[in-house]
Design a protein around this ligand. Structure first.
Ligand code: SAH
Ligand code: SF4
Length: 393
């Protein structure tokens, strides 16, 4: 027996993917990429339609392209979606996906259904550079920005999951809205977020209109204007406090961009009007930002800005130092805002039992040894048990 034949057989490792992902290329970039292979612009239009209107998962299904062209595309490109590491559905029907990208990094995406429509909450980064004290994501340091393919891919996976291809009409779609409110600060990844949103809005494809898209920022003042001018989407600002001292304490970004500058950026937001108001998100933190005096200061702060409020229950996570204000305090706070003429609905927390509610998203993207992984799995199981117990209270 030769030494070679004595060796156990080892399956050959899959070669790393070297082909370009066509998902996530802007229309112009797709046209240019196909032109390099000698294809005319109308071919790019056909491929775009297959990718984003029909939701094709491969080139073989693009049946109005010749067999020769399909083979050529297959040789050079892939239709890439993020993988799903885990999918959970809450007792209130909220669904959460742990998406895994080609380098193994992970981020979460959530779908929040209403009766006949719903919003997909999309992540823009793995982790976050900012460290808002009440936010679970803020305890995970920034690993990296997500690419346009990974941002668009999150929505496409959600559509796969609900069988919403080809693109349904506005009236029949469940996945009707998009909120950039997942993990990360979208305005610290503006270029990729902008490319992704333009793809998501394109009328020949996924076609979610700009009025159905809301981008939430912690207040990255220099990028706010661009967001309105280049994308025209709705703006939500995580305000959470009416004065600089309190806001800087719970949101350190306020030291860089204080309230005066933030309010001016809101006043100047392109397209903001009484018909299209800016949303101020306000998380109710017991003993921190929830008094009648806080409400009065808030009303004074936002004077002259066409806006509405969204009062958010603080969603707890393991190890948090904060608690949510009592129900009567939240009601009284909302009443002050109503009395001053502002819409101020109290957002019902969704998906708490699967840690899918605002500010509860977090992933673990580090490389771990088998032992570390076992410990982490045990911690994760404890976290899920904790969330289920909290939701039952
Ligand atoms: N980074 C962006 C978007 C993601 S956070 C931003 O900060 O706006 C989405 C929303 O959830 C923000 O308004 C954020 O302040 C809020 N949030 C964070 N932690 C929360 C928690 N524990 N409970 C309730 N809302 C929270
Ligand atoms: Fe980052 Fe937004 Fe969480 Fe702040 S609230 S840490 S900006 S994700």
């Amino acid at each position: 027996m030769s030494p070679d034949s004595a060796r156990p057989e080892i399956a050959p490792e899959a070669a790393p993917e070297t082909r370009t992902n066509l998902v996530g290329l802007s229309r112009e970039a797709l046209t240019a990429t196909l032109a390099e292979l000698g294809e005319k612009p109308f071919r790019a239009k056909q491929v775009w339609h297959w990718l984003y209107h029909r939701g094709a998962l491969d080139f073989a299904s693009m049946t109005d392209l010749s067999k020769v062209m399909r083979a050529k595309l297959e040789e050079h490109f892939v239709v890439g979606r993020p993988g799903i590491a885990r999918e959970q559905t809450s007792t209130d029907r909220t669904r959460k996906w742990l998406m895994q990208f080609s380098d193994g990094q992970k981020a979460e995406t959530v779908f929040i259904p209403e009766d006949d429509r719903g919003a997909v909450c999309v992540s823009s980064q793995v982790g976050c550079t900012l460290t808002c004290r009440f936010c679970h994501t803020g305890t995970q340091r920034l690993v990296r920005n997500l690419t346009p393919a990974e941002i668009v891919g999150q929505f496409m996976v959600a559509r796969d999951s609900y069988g919403e291809w080809p693109t349904p009409t506005d009236e029949t779609r469940m996945l009707s809205n998009i909120v950039m409110m997942g993990m990360g600060e979208p305005l610290y990844n503006f270029e990729n977020v902008a490319t992704a949103l333009k793809i998501l809005m394109d009328g020949d494809g996924i076609a979610v209109g700009k009025r159905r898209i809301t981008l939430s920022t912690s207040g990255v003042v220099p990028e706010i204007h661009r967001c309105g001018a280049e994308l025209g989407v709705n703006l939500a600002v995580s305000l959470h406090a009416p004065d600089d001292d309190t806001r800087s304490m719970i949101m350190p970004i306020n030291k860089k961009y204080p309230l005066k500058e933030l309010m001016q950026a809101c006043r100047d937001y392109p397209g903001a009007s009484n018909a299209r108001r800016i949303t101020f998100e306000y998380v109710m933190l017991k003993g921190i930002n929830d008094t009648a005096a806080n409400a009065r200061a808030l009303i004074k702060l936002v004077k002259d800005i066409p806006c509405k409020f969204n009062l958010i229950h603080f969603n707890p996570w393991p190890g948090t130092p904060y608690e949510c204000s009592d129900a009567s305090t939240v009601d009284a706070f909302a009443q002050h805002l109503w009395d001053a003429g502002y819409s101020a609905p109290i957002r019902t927390p969704r998906g708490r039992d699967i840690l899918a509610a605002c500010g509860q998203l977090k992933t673990d993207s580090e490389k771990l040894s088998a032992k570390e992984q076992r410990l982490k799995d045990a911690a994760e199981a404890a976290k899920v048990a904790w969330a289920e117990k909290q939701a039952a209270i």
